[in-house]
Write a protein that binds this ligand. Structure first.
Ligand code: AMP
Ligand code: GLY
Length: 423
C-alpha cells in the first residue's frame, strides 16, 4: 500500500512513524518531508501548496492514499482534485474545509446548527467604520479574528478600545494577512480551560479518538505571544458530564450539521474548545490533526492507526476501535531563538541519539541534514515525547530526554504537563 503524507513538521514525522508500525505494509512517501520522515520512506521535493504536482506525482507513482498533514493543501482542494482523478485523500473537500479556512463561515455554521460558540458579529471589506463603532460599545477584552488562514496569527485579544481599533486597522485597512484579514469576526471573550478534541469521519460514521491540551503560549505560565504550540499532553481527563456535552452539543451537532448542508465530511476534525461555566464552546475548527498534539496522541494509540486511516478514507471506519488511551503522553517542543517571529536557524543539533534512547520518540520538524549533521532549519525544531502510566511519569521521561539535546538558542517550556491556567 503506497501512501503519500503531505507536510514537513513534527506532526508529519509522528504520522509517518506510526504508519511504519502498522500491520499494513506501507510504502511511505512524504512531500516535502524532513530528515526524520526520510528514515521511513522517500521524501519527494514538492511543496504543500502545489496541489497539481502532488496529484500528478501520486498518479505517476501509483499512490493508493494521500494523507495531508496541514491545512494548506486541504484548503486548496486536494480532496476534490483527488476525487476527480481517482485517488483517495483522507481530508474534507474544499467546501467543508471552510470550517477552518473561513472563520466567518465556521461561526455562521455553528450558530445555524446550535453549536455553542461565543456571540459574534461579522464585518466585511468596506465596514471598517462600523467595526470601530461596534467595538466602542463592547465590554473588554474582545476577540478579533481574521476571516481567512493566517498561520495561527490571525486572532488578537484586544484589551481596550485603542488595541481593538489598531488591530482592525492592521487587519482591514492594511491587510496584514492579505485577503485573509480584510474581513473579520469580532467575538465575546470567553474564560475557562481549553481542550483540543480529535475526531475522525469516513463521511458516514464519526468517532472521537483523543482529548489533548496544547500549550500555545511561548513562555512558562501561559505567558508571551501565541505560537503554533510549544507542547501538548494527552489524554485530558474530563468529567463524564462535560464529555457528554462535548460529544452531543458540539461534535454530533457539527457532523450532523455538515450532513444537513450536504457536506459529507471525510477526514480528521479537530475542535478547539473552551470549557466555560456554561459548558463547552467552540473556539475554532481545524480540518486536520494538530501540531504538536499529534506527537502526544499517536504514541498512545494501541490500535492500528494505519487501519484507522484506511478505514476512514474508504468509508469503512470502525468506530469501536477508537478506545480511550490508558497511558499518558507529554510532548515538549524545542524551538529556535526568535520563534515565532524571526527564528534564527542554521545551528548544529547535539545529543539527539541519547535523547532518542531515553524518550518514546524525538520527532524532527525544522531540521535539515547537511554533510551528515542535523542542522536547525525552522522555528519549531523538534518535539520530544515521553509516555507513562501517569502524566507525572510521562513528563519526567520527556524532560529528562530533552535535556540531552542542545543547539544554539534552543528553548522550551518547563511547565508542559503542569497545571497551567490559559496554556
Ligand atoms: P483560534 O485560532 O480561534 O483557536 O484562537 C487562538 C487562541 O485564541 C485560542 O486557542 C484561544 O486561546 C484564544 N481565543 C480564541 N477565541 C477566544 C475567545 N472567544 N475567548 C477567549 N479566547 C479566545
Ligand atoms: N496545535 C494547534 C494547531 O495545530 O493548530
Amino acid at each position: 500500500m503506497k501512501v503519500l503524507v503531505i507536510g514537513k513538521g513534527g506532526r508529519e514525522s509522528a504520522v509517518v512513524w506510526k504508519l511504519a508500525q502498522s500491520s499494513v505494509d506501507f510504502e511511505i512517501y512524504t512531500a516535502p518531508g524532513n530528515p526524520f520522515t526520510a528514515r521511513y520512506g522517500r521524501n519527494v521535493p514538492i511543496p504543500e501548496n502545489d496541489v497539481a504536482s502532488l496529484i500528478n506525482f501520486a498518479l505517476d507513482t501509483g499512490i493508493n492514499l494521500i494523507l495531508p498533514g496541514g491545512e494548506t493543501s486541504i484548503a486548496l482542494g486536494i480532496a476534490d482534485e483527488g476525487e476527480r482523478r481517482g485517488i483517495p485523500v483522507l481530508a474534507p473537500r474544499r467546501d467543508a474545509a471552510r470550517l477552518e479556512a473561513s472563520k466567518i463561515w465556521a461561526k455562521s455554521f455553528a450558530k445555524k446548527h446550535r453549536i455553542p460558540t461565543a456571540d459574534f458579529e461579522v464585518f466585511t471589506e468596506d465596514e471598517f467604520e462600523e467595526a470601530v463603532e461596534y467595538v466602542k460599545g463592547q465590554r473588554f477584552p474582545v476577540v478579533i479574528k481574521a476571516d481567512g488562514l493566517a498561520g495561527g496569527k490571525g486572532v488578537v485579544i484586544a484589551r481596550n478600545v485603542g488595541e481593538a481599533i489598531n488591530t482592525l486597522d492592521q487587519f482591514m485597512n492594511r491587510a496584514k494577512f492579505g485577503e485573509a484579514s480584510k474581513r473579520v469576526v469580532i467575538e465575546r471573550f470567553l474564560t475557562g480551560d481549553e481542550v483540543s478534541v480529535f475526531a475522525v469521519s469516513d463521511g458516514y460514521r464519526w468517532g472521537i479518538f483523543a482529548y489533548a491540551k496544547d500549550y500555545k503560549r511561548l513562555y512558562d505560565g501561559g505567558r508571551g505571544p501565541n505560537t503554533g504550540g510549544m507542547g501538548a499532553i494527552s489524554p485530558v481527563n474530563l468529567d463524564p458530564q462535560t464529555q457528554d456535552l462535548i460529544e452531543e452539543n458540539v461534535v454530533r451537532r457539527t457532523f450532523e450539521g455538515l450532513a444537513k448542508e450536504g457536506l459529507r465530511y471525510k477526514g480528521f476534525l479537530y475542535f478547539g474548545l473552551m470549557l466555560t461555566e456554561n459548558g463547552p464552546f467552540v473556539l475554532e475548527y481545524n480540518v486536520r490533526l494538530g501540531d504538536p498534539e499529534t506527537q502526544a496522541i499517536l504514541p498512545l494509540m494501541d490500535y492500528d492507526f494505519g487501519r484507522m486511516v484506511i478505514g476512514a478514507a474508504s468509508g469503512n471506519l470502525n468506530t469501536d476501535d477508537l478506545k480511550p488511551f490508558n497511558r499518558y503522553a507529554c510532548c515538549i517542543v524545542a524551538a529556535s531563538e526568535g520563534y515565532p517571529d524571526n527564528p534564527k536557524v542554521g545551528y548544529p543539533i547535539e545529543g539527539l541519539e541519547e535523547a532518542e534512547e531515553m524518550a518514546d520518540a524525538v520527532f524532527l520538524a525544522g531540521v535539515s541534514l547537511e554533510n551528515g549533521r542535523f542542522i536547525t532549519s525552522g522555528g519549531r525544531v523538534l518535539s520530544v515525547v515521553g509516555t507513562g502510566k501517569t502524566l507525572e511519569e510521562a513528563r519526567e521521561r520527556a524532560y529528562r530526554a530533552v535535556e540531552r539535546i542542545s543547539f544554539r538558542g534552543m528553548h522550551y517550556r518547563r511547565d508542559i504537563g503542569a497545571n497551567v491556567k490559559g496554556g
